[in-house]
Write a protein that binds this ligand. Structure first.
Ligand SMILES: [Zn+2]
Length: 109
């Protein structure tokens, strides 16, 4: 059976998706942003947690981070994924349905 979202709604701090198999999953804005599967974000994360050979990363709080992160829009991409746009302008991520389900399952553990 193909797994498809049957409903998508905005909840406090994030979104909730109901799936064709009866399961409902919820995501916080920050959780989704951290999990962005695109190459740019994965690369950024990698360089941020390296062995310290690069420039020292001092903690910063950007204006965007100082505001609560909000999911601005969630648009379908084909019939297999969602493109999520965040209030800080990040909209690079294509979250496949499969990946979204994986994220939710990891969160429950
Ligand atoms: Zn990204």
């Amino acid at each position: 059976m193909e797994l498809l979202p049957t409903s998508l709604e905005r909840i406090e701090g994030g979104i909730r998706i109901a799936w064709s198999d009866g399961v409902t999953t919820a995501y916080r804005a920050g959780q989704l942003q951290n999990a962005c599967p695109c190459a740019t974000c994965r690369e950024k994360k990698k360089s941020g947690s390296e062995d310290g050979s690069g420039p020292i990363a001092l903690p910063v709080l950007s204006l965007a981070e100082a505001r609560p992160l909000v999911i601005e829009s969630v648009r379908p991409v084909g019939n297999y994924a969602y493109n999520v746009r965040f209030s800080d302008g990040q909209d690079c991520g294509i979250f496949t349905f499969e990946y979204l389900r994986e994220l939710a399952e990891n969160e429950l553990k």
